[in-house]
Each structure stands twice: as structure tokens, then as C-alpha cells.
Design a protein around this ligand. Structure first.
Ligand code: NAD
Length: 354
């Protein structure tokens, strides 16, 4: 057993099919709740049920949500919370919606109750992110960590197949990185490996049969574990590469994660074969190839060229990738970084002999 430090984060999690019906009781655990409901226009049908259940506890509804949380949007939503004298933020939606609620919490200090409807996992982390004039800033603050998370798989049966696959692979990326991230402990590794097992089994079922509630429950459970390990184990090579590529080329977040993951894992193994041992016990001997095959099985693109990055961009990305991963436990060499990016842009199946 290696020495370790493990820090548990606070938070209450309610998980059940139909758990949304417990929202009035969960909201009433807060003193004289005055709720600002944050839910995107596209999720109006899901939020309508919540609004009906909560009745006059909801004092205002905020419906404008955009990816990457623009700062002016968060300022406006915070002003709406103040104007309505809200004392509780309730987010219903995917990672973009949870992200907006967290940015409002950062500005106002108001507590967040999150009802996630994708597999992004943001609801379990104290990590916030926002974008100003094309520059994304992220940080950690326990003030933005949702105090309560209500997981209801019934809300996810309408999640489109492409979002199911991409946000599910994003969740899997959190767990894969947890195997070798700097904050890993035996506790996070145990959670992460359970999540890898659960997600690799559930995601193909959820993609094949979107209204299979068992598959949806398993996938959402995996996403809960994935968010939890992201919060405590932290991130490493894969997430740092994605931050660079997302910032430079504005690639779609979850798809980019799915495509890069097999190649980043290959690069980690090239630096330290021991880093993948826990994953090998769950996924078998060739982890990068297994992740590549799963991405393809879920119907996702397997080449960054398909989502906006070209071979000519690799020279721009290499120095940034090297700088961003220099502090990781398994830093990349220039040759490994270049091979990782070439394979990810071209969609080459990672091969142990490569
Ligand atoms: P998203 O929230 O943008 O949602 C993707 C799409 O799915 C949207 O069109 C949305 O309208 C739709 N949708 C969501 N739920 C639905 C449902 N139940 N039924 C039908 N449609 C539904 O994407 P995402 O992948 O959930 O989140 C990505 C964002 O989350 C990124 O900005 C990422 O940076 C952030 N994130 C943050 C953390 C963190 O810890 N801070 C962790 C993971 C992801």
C-alpha cells in the first residue's frame, strides 16, 4: 500500500428512478427556500415537471444556457437571482446548465441543488469554469459544489444517442485519468474502477436502447462515481491535452474527450506502463485499443479530423501540449506528444507495437 492523502467532499446524493418527486422535500431542507430554477430552453419539458412539483417555492426561472458559461451570462443570471431575492439555485440539465449554476454560486454565495440530465459529472465537483472573450478560466471553490444532487434516470431516457455516447465517454475519461492522476488514492481508484466497469457495460446498452431504464440507471450511477473521482483524484495528461485542443481549435467538448482518450492513455503507458495496471485488471491487457473500440462501438467519431482539427494544426498544438502536461506524473516527450496528436487527428487505432 502506497502512502496517500484522501479528502472527502461534503454533499448529499439522492439516487432513484422517480427521485425528482423528492425535490419538494429536498428543497424544504433549506430554510424558507426561494428557488431560482436554471434550466435550458431545450430542457423545458424536464424542468416543467420540477416547476409543477415545487409550486411557489420557485420565485424565478432562468432559461438561457450556453456552452462554456460566458461571464456576461453568469453576471445576468446572478442579477436575476438577486432581483428575485432567491436563496437557492436549482439546476436541471447537463454540464452546461450545472456550470452556469456554479458560476452564479461563485458570484452570490448561494447554495446549489443540482439535477443532472447527462453524464458529464460536474454536479459532484467544486470545479467551476467560465469564458470571457474566448478565454476559458477554471478554478476550485467549495462554494460552488452542489449541496444536494438528485439523480433521476427517468430524466435521461430522452437524451439523444450522440450526447449519451459523448458525455458517457467524458465520464469514462474522468475514471481512466483517476487511475494515475496526482490526487489518486486507494479510495478513488476503487470508485473509478467500479465506474469503468459500470460505464463500459451500460453505455452500449443505453445507446442501443435509449429507453432502457436499467441501462440508464447504470450509466447515471457510473457518471456519479466519475464526477466524484474527478473531484478528488484530479486530472492528468488526457484532460490537459483536451484543454489545449479545446482552447486552440474550439472543438466540441465531449466528442473531443472521447477521441483523445485512447491516445492519451497510450502516451501515459509509453511514459509509465505501471500507470495502467488498475485499468488493465478491468479492461484487459490493451487498454488504449479497448477505449478506441468502445468509442467506435458507441457510434462516435474516432478522428479529430472529423470534428475540426487538421494535420496542419499539430505543429501549433505540440508546444502547448508539452507545456500543459509538464507537471503531470507522466509528462510527455516531444516525440510522444506528436505521435499522440497524429493518431488522434487521423483516428488510428492505438497499437501496443506502435
Ligand atoms: P451540455 O450540458 O451542453 O448538454 C449537451 C446537449 O444535451 C444540449 O443540447 C442539451 O440541451 C441536451 N440535453 C441535456 N440533457 C438532456 C436530456 N435529459 N434530454 C435531452 N437532451 C438533453 O453537455 P454536457 O456534456 O452535459 O456538459 C458539458 C459541459 O460540462 C462542458 O462545458 C464541460 O466543460 C462541463 N463539465 C464540467 C465539469 C466540472 O467539474 N466543472 C465536469 C464535466 C464537464
Amino acid at each position: 500500500m502506497h502512502p496517500f492523502v484522501h479528502e472527502s467532499l461534503p454533499g448529499r446524493v439522492v439516487f432513484a428512478a422517480g427521485a425528482v418527486n423528492s425535490l419538494p422535500a429536498e428543497v424544504d431542507r433549506f430554510t424558507q427556500p426561494r428557488v431560482l430554477l436554471i434550466a435550458a430552453e431545450a430542457e423545458r419539458h424536464l424542468a416543467a415537471r420540477v416547476e409543477t412539483l415545487l409550486g411557489d417555492r420557485v420565485v424565478a426561472v432562468w432559461r438561457t444556457v450556453r456552452q462554456h458559461v460566458p461571464t456576461d451570462l453568469a453576471d445576468d443570471a446572478a442579477a436575476a437571482a438577486a432581483a428575485a431575492a432567491a436563496n437557492l439555485l436549482l439546476s436541471v440539465g447537463g454540464g452546461s446548465t450545472t456550470g452556469l449554476a456554479k458560476a452564479v454560486a461563485l458570484r452570490t454565495g448561494l447554495p446549489v441543488l443540482a439535477v443532472p440530465t447527462t453524464y458529464a459529472g460536474s454536479e459532484m465537483t467544486p470545479i467551476w469554469g467560465q469564458t470571457d472573450k474566448g478565454t476559458k478560466t477554471t478554478g476550485r471553490d467549495t462554494a460552488v459544489l452542489p449541496r444536494v444532487v438528485v439523480y433521476d434516470p427517468e430524466l435521461t431516457t430522452g437524451l439523444p444517442t450522440a450526447v449519451t455516447a459523448a458525455s458517457g465517454m467524458n465520464a469514462l475519461a474522468h475514471c481512466v485519468e483517476a487511475a494515475y492522476a496526482p490526487g489518486a488514492s486507494p479510495v478513488t481508484t476503487a470508485q473509478a474502477m467500479t465506474a469503468v466497469e459500470v460505464l463500459t457495460d451500460a453505455l452500449p446498452r443505453a445507446v442501443d436502447h435509449p429507453d432502457d431504464l436499467d441501462a440508464r440507471s447504470d450509466a447515471l450511477y457510473g457518471a456519479f462515481l466519475a464526477g466524484s473521482v474527478l473531484a478528488t483524484a484530479g486530472i492528468s495528461v488526457h484532460h490537459h491535452v483536451c484543454h489545449v485542443l479545446g482552447g486552440l481549435f474550439d472543438l466540441p467538448h465531449a466528442q473531443m474527450h472521447a477521441i483523445v482518450l485512447p491516445h492519451a492513455t497510450w502516451a501515459v503507458a509509453a511514459a509509465d506502463p505501471e500507470a495502467l495496471r488498475a485499468l488493465e485488471r478491468v479492461l484487459g491487457a490493451d487498454v488504449p485499443a479497448r477505449l478506441f473500440d468502445l468509442t467506435a462501438r458507441l457510434g462516435l467519431p474516432t478522428a479529430l479530423a472529423a470534428i475540426g482539427m487538421q494535420d496542419a494544426d499539430i505543429d501549433i498544438a505540440v508546444p502547448r501540449v508539452l507545456a500543459a502536461t509538464a507537471g503531470d506524473p507522466t509528462p510527455l516527450t516531444p516525440a510522444t506528444a506528436r505521435r499522440l496528436l497524429h493518431a488522434a487527428v487521423g483516428g488510428t487505432r492505438p497499437d501496443k507495437s506502435r
